[in-house]
Each structure stands twice: as structure tokens, then as C-alpha cells.
Write a protein that binds this ligand. Structure first.
Ligand SMILES: [Cu+2]
Length: 254
């Protein structure tokens, strides 16, 4: 295996870098930038606040990305390992998000991040094993591009088919906004209860009331209505999605 002298952009360091690294690294850096941009977009669009969880995920990726300029091989392998950990840690979420294309933003972000992470794992592995494999390189690039285009196409098509339920007279109205339910408590009369939930977030939510067997799914930026029969009492309603623990309210039935 031959090596070539590689001069860094700053011109400060000359180091011996395997040609496979030179070939794979720009692709991997691009993929990591895509992941970081996606995480920033989620916080800006969906949460509209800085989430400590996202910052904790982004920090090691950003550090390893920066490290690739000083230690191309080590940084690249670290990025591959981080991508693998991300995929494994969030596998249930990835499966859930990708099986719900009607939550377009969540679906597209998850699809793009999962594709980029997978391709980055591949790039890190190729650099670790010093694989040149030009055909494989093109295969990974084309495969990632096809996956991303497919994710956008499915997500946008599904978005066009989302229907919203109109509020009806007598409905108890709830709004989901910035991953919070409002108001904190709602009151209804015993018997037939109708609840209308307007989800203003760019992410799906659900309204779960365990004691009453209620579970209403509300796709992003849509409204849903549910009716059920309930005796008098006080019930806890919440969103059961992970990370949405703060979405809760009390249903008082008189
Ligand atoms: Cu939620």
C-alpha cells in the first residue's frame, strides 16, 4: 500500500496519509456537517429552544470532526464509531420515526441523519481498513443520495395526505405547542367527552390517558379529535413519546 504526502489546508503540517483517507475523509466530513445541521434544524424548528440532549450528542461529533484536520485517521475512525453509537442508541426511535412518514419533518430529519450516520460508519471503516475501493466509494455516495432523495419524496408525499379534524361545538380544546400541552387542566361533564387537540409543532404528539384507554395520535401541524365515554373523576393525560415528559395535563370530569 502506497502512501502520499498530504499537506493540510493550513500548510503547517506535512503528514503521511493513506490515499484511502484522502478519498473518504471529505465525504465523511460532509456527512457529519449534514448531521450537525440536522440537529440544529430540529432545535430551531421543532423545539424552538436549545436542548441539552442534542448539545450532548452534537459536541463529540463536532470535536471528532475538528480532530480530523489534525489526526485524519483517528478522527475519522472516531466519527465512524460515534455514528454507530448514534444509530444503536436511537434504533427504536429511528424505526418509529421512519415508520411514520406522515410526520414529515421528523421523518425527513431521521432519514437524513440515519443515512449520513450509516455512510459515515462506512467511511470510518474504510479508512480504518485502508480500503481504496473506488467502486465502493461511488456506491456509498450514490446509495446515500438515493436514500436521502427517497426520504424527502416519501415525507413530502405523506405530508400532502395529512387531514386535520375540525373542532366541533362542545369540544374541549387542547393545544400542543413547543412540546407543551395547554391549558394545564381541562374540565368536562361525565358521559360523552369530546377532545380536540391542535398540534402546532413540527413533530408528532399523542394524547394518552391510561385509565380511560385513550391514545390519540396527532401528526405534526395537524388537529385531531377523539370522543370517549368516561365517569366522573380526575385523570392524568400526557404525551407518551420519549423526551416529551413535560407534556401533561389534568382532565377533570364532573
Ligand atoms: Cu409529544
Amino acid at each position: 500500500m502506497t502512501t502520499s504526502t498530504f499537506e493540510s489546508a493550513s500548510g503547517r503540517a506535512h503528514r503521511e496519509v493513506n490515499p484511502s483517507t484522502i478519498r473518504w475523509l471529505p465525504l465523511q466530513r460532509t456527512l457529519i456537517v449534514v448531521i450537525l445541521v440536522a440537529f440544529v434544524a430540529v432545535q430551531a424548528i421543532s423545539l424552538r429552544e436549545v436542548s441539552p440532549i442534542y448539545v450532548a450528542i452534537m459536541a463529540p461529533f463536532a470535536l471528532a470532526l475538528a480532530a480530523t484536520w489534525r489526526w485524519p485517521r483517528g478522527g475519522s475512525v472516531a466519527l465512524g464509531v460515534l455514528g454507530l453509537l448514534l444509530l444503536l442508541a436511537f434504533l427504536p426511535d429511528v424505526v418509529r420515526d421512519l415508520s411514520n412518514p406522515d410526520s414529515t419533518v421528523t421523518f425527513i430529519v431521521t432519514g437524513v441523519v440515519a443515512t449520513a450516520a450509516l455512510a459515515s460508519v462506512f467511511a470510518g471503516g474504510a479508512i480504518l481498513l485502508k480500503r481504496q475501493a473506488h467502486a465502493t466509494w461511488h456506491g456509498v455516495r450514490i446509495g446515500a443520495a438515493v436514500l436521502v432523495i427517497g426520504v424527502f419524496a416519501v415525507g413530502i408525499a405523506a405530508r400532502l395526505t395529512i387531514d386535520s379534524h375540525a373542532i366541533e361545538p362542545g369540544d374541549v380544546s387542547i393545544v400542543a405547542d413547543r412540546v407543551r400541552f395547554g391549558p394545564d387542566s381541562i374540565t368536562a361533564s361525565a358521559g360523552d367527552v369530546a377532545i380536540h387537540v391542535n398540534n402546532r409543532d413540527w413533530m408528532p404528539h399523542d394524547l394518552t390517558i391510561d385509565e380511560l384507554g385513550v391514545k390519540l395520535q396527532i401528526p405534526e401541524r395537524s388537529a385531531r379529535r377523539i370522543t370517549f365515554d368516561t365517569p366522573a373523576g380526575t385523570y392524568e393525560a400526557y404525551c407518551s413519546l420519549p423526551g416529551h415528559e413535560r407534556m401533561k395535563l389534568t382532565l377533570i370530569v364532573e
